[in-house]
Design a protein around this ligand. Structure first.
Ligand code: FES
Length: 103
């Protein structure tokens, strides 16, 4: 497997929105906390390239705040339009309360 593991956050940094945005390797990465796990996705919507971070996170899905596209946070799959292409996603490991993402 290629890529390097980068520490991007601590679990304690997540607030009530359960989302954090971090920059790594030239990418804006959206971290979503859901049911005790953390998922890492591109923060750039595949519809018109707007940031997803202000979108609603609910039931394992992130909703783009601009035109309502919906993505599965576990896989990046586009579940409803207008986006069709999946979001890029990154493997995550939790180590002693720290969030590591493979970039
Ligand atoms: S930019 Fe996200 S749905 Fe249009």
């Amino acid at each position: 497997m290629s890529g390097i593991w980068v520490r991007l956050a601590a679990l304690a940094e997540f607030g009530p929105s359960r989302k954090l945005v971090r920059a790594a390797a030239g990418e804006e990465i959206l971290l979503c906390r859901s049911q005790g796990q953390v998922f890492a996705l591109s923060n750039v919507c595949t519809h018109l390239g707007q940031p997803l971070a202000a979108g609603r996170l609910m039931s394992g899905q992130i909703h783009c705040p601009y035109h309502g596209a919906c993505f599965d946070i576990r896989t990046g799959t586009a579940l409803s339009g207008p986006a069709v292409a999946p979001l890029r996603y990154f493997p995550v490991e939790l180590r002693d309360g720290e969030v590591f993402v493979r970039i």
